[in-house]
Design a protein around this ligand. Structure first.
Ligand code: FE
Ligand code: FE
Ligand code: ZN
Length: 302
């Protein structure tokens, strides 16, 4: 099972620290942002300790990493030209950075139409991606399936397909399938797993799934909310999440956990990452209903 989580890239260690964090979780893949997801300040790739990080990853048999583009990129904005222009310019730079960091692809939220409507938003996304992708772009764009919160686009598979249809170099597009988002968008993975996958296959093609974001959801089917829950502790549940994680057709697809940290002290809100435990539980295939308490107890013993 190729499984990991999103990890940080801060301090002095930078990407070497990201690699260490992933290894400490028993992961065999990881996802990072190239810098703070909410701003455009970026260090140069040569200063990120990429080679050292990769050395450690390779020692542990890790061959694939995933990069996530920052949320501030909104290619769908037709209302504020500056937002769109910044998005195009920054996305192009992020794709270069991502390739230089050794990633084959970068996860991108397609964008929000901010009131202009689905059609205008999708057209603007297509225009933006066509400005960015060239015949020599080294890094793919992984369009993420979205929850449909606010004016978010990409919550219906057909919307992602429309982006594929308009993009000239669409062989450089893939999909990041986020289970929480798909649930919140109204696709019933719990009761209709096969049908949802068949539907995805018909509209986009299952072979286009390059990454799975494996998250439970705090909200019911179709809530359009996007709040992640720990594996097995949300409305999707362990059985369905394990089903997708262990599905042989996605064997080589990296599964990335973006589940919430577990609060260990309600007063200070101090929290710890659940990933080592969730990875172990998914590898074992057996749900542990006491997992969150166990994480809390273990953290007290340090
Ligand atoms: Fe995302
Ligand atoms: Fe996600
Ligand atoms: Zn989300």
């Amino acid at each position: 099972m190729r499984i990991g989580s999103h990890v940080g890239m801060g301090g002095k260690e930078l990407f070497l620290g990201s690699a260490r964090e992933a290894v400490s979780y028993g992961a065999n893949t990881l996802m990072v942002y190239t810098g703070a997801p909410q701003n455009t300040r970026r260090r140069e790739v040569k200063d990120l300790r990429i080679a050292q990080g990769w050395e450690l990853l390779r020692e542990h048999g890790i061959e694939e990493i995933v990069i996530h583009a920052p949320y501030i990129i909104n290619l769908a904005n037709t209302v504020k030209p500056e937002t769109y222009e910044l998005a195009v310019e920054f996305l192009a730079k992020e794709l270069d950075r991502s390739a230089a960091m050794g990633s084959q692809g970068m996860v991108l939220h397609p964008g929000s139409h901010v009131g202009a409507g689905t059609k205008a938003g999708l057209e603007q996304i297509v225009r933006g991606i066509n400005e960015v992708l060239t015949a020599d772009t080294k890094c793919r764009i992984y369009l993420e399936t979205m929850a449909g919160k606010g004016t978010e686009l990409g919550s219906a598979f057909e919307e992602l397909a429309a982006i594929y249809d308009g993009v000239v170099y669409n062989e450089k597009l893939r999909v990041c399938f986020d289970t929480c988002h798909v649930n919140d968008a109204g696709y019933d993975l719990v009761h209709r797993y096969e049908e949802v996958m068949e539907q995805f296959d018909r509209v986009i093609g299952k072979d286009q799934i390059a990454v799975i974001h494996l998250n439970d959801s705090k909200n019911p089917l179709g809530a359009r909310k996007d709040r992640h829950a720990n594996i097995g502790f949300g409305t999707i549940g362990f059985e369905t999440l394990y089903r997708i994680a262990s599905d042989p057709q996605f064997e080589h697809v990296p599964k990335i956990l973006e589940t919430p940290y577990v609060v260990i002290d309600p007063k200070t809100k101090a929290s710890v990452p659940p990933y080592r435990y969730e990875i172990q539980m998914l590898r074992s295939g057996t749900f542990d209903p006491d997992l969150l308490q166990k994480i809390q107890q273990d953290s007290q013993q340090v």
